[in-house]
Design a protein. Structure first.
Length: 157
């Protein structure tokens, strides 16, 4: 029941969205993102004539010990050819005031949708993999409850 209550805001937030072609989240049982935990998300692009926005999603609590998070991502095709790799950073709390950012519908939990790359063009249809890796240089990054990936059509060709 607790798990459902934690996921309910995500379901409401991300339901009924015609631009979304893929969305998946992974919850961390330890309520922390361990450095060895590198979630992979496999999705399929059917229409390579479209452009896409790629996002990573986070759910954090007030236990997160920093104002910002660093995440490495890599995008590979189905043959594991590396297409993109980059270190991303995002503020989860205002660096001056400490006020949390993101959407909150359950007390001290905050949801974020953060861009990986916007208006991206896939060269061919097929399966792709995004791997996320926390890079805050701690083995255990407490306060990160879930991560995910969202892919949506931009409408641009």
């Amino acid at each position: 029941m607790k798990r459902f209550l934690m996921l309910a805001p995500l379901l409401v937030l991300f339901s009924c969205d015609p631009s979304r072609i893929y969305e998946q989240h992974i919850e961390f049982e330890e309520k922390a993102w361990l450095v060895q935990n590198k979630p992979q998300f496999e999705f399929e692009i059917k229409d390579h004539t479209q452009n896409y926005n790629l996002y990573y999603t986070l759910r954090n609590s007030l236990d997160f010990p920093f104002s910002r998070i660093f995440v490495n991502y890599q995008l590979e095709d189905s043959t594991h050819t590396l297409l993109r790799k980059e270190l991303l950073s995002a503020y989860l709390f205002d660096p001056k005031t400490g006020k949390p950012s993101g959407d909150s519908s359950i007390g001290d939990l905050f949801d974020h949708r953060l861009p990986i790359v916007t208006d991206y063009h896939f060269e061919k249809p097929g399966k792709y993999i995004i791997t996320l890796e926390q890079f805050n240089r701690l083995d255990t990054l407490k306060g990160i409850l879930a991560v995910g990936v969202r892919i949506e059509v931009t409408g641009n060709k």
